[in-house]
Design a protein around this ligand. Sequence first.
Ligand code: CA
Length: 412
Amino acid sequence: MTSDRLPTLLRLARGLCAAGVLAWLFVAGLAGFAVASPDTSFSSFVESLWPPAQARGVTRATFDAAFKGVTPDPALIGIVDRQTEFVKPIWENLASALSAQRVSQGKAKAAQWADMLARMEKVFGVDRYAVLAIWGMETGYGAFIGKQNVIRVLATLAYAKYQGDFAKEELLDALDILQAGDVTPAQLRGSWAGAMGQTQFLPSSFKAFAVDFDGDGRRDIWTSVPDALASTANFLKNQGWSGGQPWGFEVVLPKGFEATHGEESKFAPYSEWKGRGVTRPGGAEMPGSGEATLLIPAGLRGPAFLVTHNFKVIKTYNNSTSYALSVALLGDRIAGRPALVGTWPVKERILDVAEAKELQTRLKDMGYDVGIIDGKIGEQARDAILTYQAKSGLVPDGFPTLALLQRVRAGH
Ligand code: CA
C-alpha cells in the first residue's frame, strides 16, 4: 500500500469482501460492462436513480450536485484487465502486514492518540489495538485513503450491474450521506470500490456506524482520526465485539495432535483445549473463562492459534483469515506483545488458483462440502480438506499441498 496503484485491487477485493461480496463476481459484472456501450445510456441510468433517491428524502439539488459532470470511469475496466489470478501464501501477507515500519508507526499513533483511544475503549468497549491495526492495514494510518470520486465509482459499478443491486444500493446510501450534510460531493472520496476514509467504510457502513467523536457536529471519517477510529470501534461493537476478551493468542499443540472436523467453527472452553494438551508459549496461562476455536492456517507445519469470537468479528471487516490474522498480530505488535514462537513453512509451494480450484472441484465431486469453488482455500475448504485427510488416514490439518492434490487426482 505504498502507491495509489498497488492498493487498487486489494481495496477492491477488501471493500467487496467487507460487504460480503466476492471479488470474482465483480469481475464477471465488468466483463459484461466492457462489451456494453458505456456512454449512450449512462445519463438515462443516472436519471433512473432519481425516483428511489427522492423517495428516500434526497432533494433534487443534492442529486444534481452529486452527479454533476459524472461519467462512467473507464479506469475500472483497466483494473480488471490488470487483474491476475494470483494468491499469496498467508506468511507473505503477514510479513507485509507486520512490517517494521507499520509496527513502529502504529506505536507512534497509539501514543499520539492515547487519551482519545482510552475514551473510545470506554464508550464502545472495543480494544484500541484492534482498531489501530485496522487503521494501519486499511490505509497505512490514513496515508492512503483513496482519491476516487465515490459517486462516480459506485455509479460506474451500478451501471455495470455487477452483483445485482449491490453498487446501486451503496450509491443511494452515498446520496443519503450527502443529503445529511456530513460532507460535500467534492469531499466524498474513496477507493476504486467506493470504500471511504481512514478505515475504508462503504457508504452503507457509514450510514449505520459512523459517529462524531471529536464533537464538531459532523461525522468525518476522512480527516478526523477520532471520528474514523470511533466509527470503526462502533462497527466492531455492533458486530458483537466482547470487551475484555482477547482476539485470541498463539498456542503450542502437543506432538501427535489431530485436528478434527469443524475445528475452525466449533467453540470449546479453554479447559477442553487444555485437556487436549494445548498450551501457551512460555508457560502463559489460558484465560480463566471463555471459549475459542483452533486456527491452523498453514496446517500443522505452521503456528497454531486459539481464536475467540472477537476474531470472527474482525473477519466481518474483511472476510479473510489472512486479513484478520494480520489485524490481530499487528495489534499485538503495536501493544508490545511477544512475537510468534511458531514458524511458517515458507519453503512450501502453495497451490495456485487453478490447482486450488481443481482440488475444490474434485473434493466436491467426491461429496465434500467445499463451499464456493473460487480457488481460495478458506475456512470451509480447509475443513473439507481436513475431513478428507482424516478419512484417508492422513494427518488431518486442512492444509492443501501438491502431494495432497496428486493423491486426490489419483482418486484415493
Ligand atoms: Ca466530527
